[in-house]
Design a protein around this ligand. Structure first.
Ligand code: ADP
Length: 433
């Protein structure tokens, strides 16, 4: 099952190297002794005796090799069992395994042992890894002396994608030469894969969301140009629907652009000092017509004094608008919502401002709570669309809160309503407002 049966000559250091070293030592000794004899400092007999001793010392590596090579368990002897090589493999941050040219494990670090517990020293790696893709990558790397890559899939405790790189490396042996070994390293590609999947999902969702109103629009245009051409009543009704669909598309594009803007600046914390009390008031006032339409009372409990945070005014307007609008739309059956602002200490004793939007509607089932801030995630797609929702509101809220280095908490009890709390660290510097 070995990839390539190691021969004794390829397994150990090359003979010509040792031969050259010994020959140089012997030649130097012979020359020095000849000079001493010619100068009359030493008798020929003594010089010969000294030469024999030097020759014996120069031949020690040969004898050592022969002694090891003749042992029956020669295959279990690790020719690159040096502390340095072992330390390098152990110190690699990613899982790493050093194999001999037969594919046997010479060294492996703790990360590799944890990733693939079946890998054992002195055993063939392909027995532990088994994947045909990995075995052929190893085989090719050995045959061509070139780097080869393969994918390693791990399913426990969660799905992970790792790129396995097999790099041929010459490793110094005990006997003074080098041996061609294979260094296998594993690089976790899971975050990249997830981002790629999210990107693909996002494009698919966004296109789908745009295509639906677009299809409705072009359908009504056809009807108005054809069968309903001279029907004034139908025209009025269709134009109303077309207007609603166009508004929906505009809103979706608006949300998409806001989301991408916030994402682009996610790493830059806003540095303008803003008082959030008037921002919340402006949002509540602006949504009064919606509250009236839904017959919902809005109770506000805001401090009289300024509450200053480092923030982006436009983004904060958007954030509170989304939370209050959701409460009015989805929690309307509760008949009232509460919007309040309190000051408190966070877990690490940082003073923070907490904006709480609470409704008394149907609430949200616990299984939906962790996913609410995902893009396009809705508890009830039909309900969201009927309310003119895009499924991006809470995702935007979360991104804005994150950019402000805050926290978003969502709590809900079914049939009793939902509470959304946006917490922001309070600014230390008093505002120049
Ligand atoms: P949408 O544009 O659909 O409102 P959001 O991201 O703002 O998107 O909200 C995602 C989903 O969360 C909504 O579709 C709705 O199902 C649910 N939701 C949000 N706020 C509430 C709330 N106050 N009460 C009940 N469900 C809510």
């Amino acid at each position: 099952m070995a990839l390539e049966a190691p021969t004794t000559s390829s397994f150990y250091s090359p003979w010509p190297d040792r031969l050259r070293h010994s020959a140089i030592v012997l030649l130097a000794a012979a020359f020095a002794l000849t000079v001493v004899v010619v100068l009359g400092e030493l008798s020929l007999l003594r010089a010969s005796a000294i030469f024999v001793c030097i020759a014996a010392a120069a031949l020690v590596p040969w004898r050592l090799h022969n002694a090891v090579a003749s042992r029956e368990d020669v295959r279990n002897v690790n020719p690159v069992e040096t502390a340095a090589v072992s330390a390098v493999v152990a110190g690699m941050p990613d899982p790493a395994v050093l194999l001999d040219r037969a594919g046997r494990v010479l060294h492996l670090n703790a990360a590799a042992a944890q990733l693939a517990p079946a890998l054992r020293k002195n055993e063939l790696a392909q027995f532990a890894l088994r994947s045909p893709e990995i075995i052929s990558a190893l085989r090719e790397a050995i045959a061509t002396s070139e780097t080869r890559r393969a994918t390693y899939l791990d399913h426990v405790p969660v799905d992970r994608w790792l790129e396995l790189v097999v790099t041929p490396v010459p490793v110094p042996t005990l006997f003074g030469g080098t041996d061609k070994c294979m260094l296998m390293t594993f690089h976790d590609q899971t975050p990249l894969r997830r981002v790629e999947e999210m990107r693909a999902d996002f494009v698919a969702n966004a296109s789908h969301e745009l295509r639906t109103p677009l299809a409705a629009l072009s359908g009504f245009i056809d009807t108005l140009q054809g069968p309903a051409k001279d029907d004034a009543k139908a025209r009025e009704r269709f134009l109303g629907i077309m207007h609603a669909q166009a508004t929906r598309m505009a809103r979706l594009i608006d949300d998409l652009l806001s989301l991408s803007r916030v994402e682009l600046s996610a790493h830059v914390r806003p540095d303008t000092m803003v008082d959030i009390v008037p921002i919340i008031r402006q949002v509540v006032d602006g949504l009064e017509p919606l509250a009236r339409e839904r017959q919902v009372t809005v109770d506000t409990d805001l401090p009289e004094t300024q509450v200053v945070i480092a923030g982006d005014r436009e983004e904060l307007l958007r954030l509170f608008e989304n939370l209050v609008e959701n409460a009015l739309k989805y929690g309307a059956s509760g008949g009232k919502i509460e919007v309040s602002l309190t000051l408190a200490l966070s877990g690490d004793d940082t003073p923070e401002a907490r904006v709480i939007v609470r409704d008394f509607g149907p609430g949200i089932a616990p299984e939906h709570l962790p996913r609410l801030t995902e893009r396009f995630y809705r508890v009830d797609v039909g309900d969201s669309r009927a309310q003119g929702g895009t499924g991006l509101g809470l995702s935007l809220v979360k991104h804005i809160v994150n950019r402000h280095r805050g926290r978003l908490l969502i709590e809900s009890v079914l049939k009793k309503g939902a509470t959304f709390t946006a917490c922001f660290p309070q600014a230390k510097v008093p505002p120049g407002l």
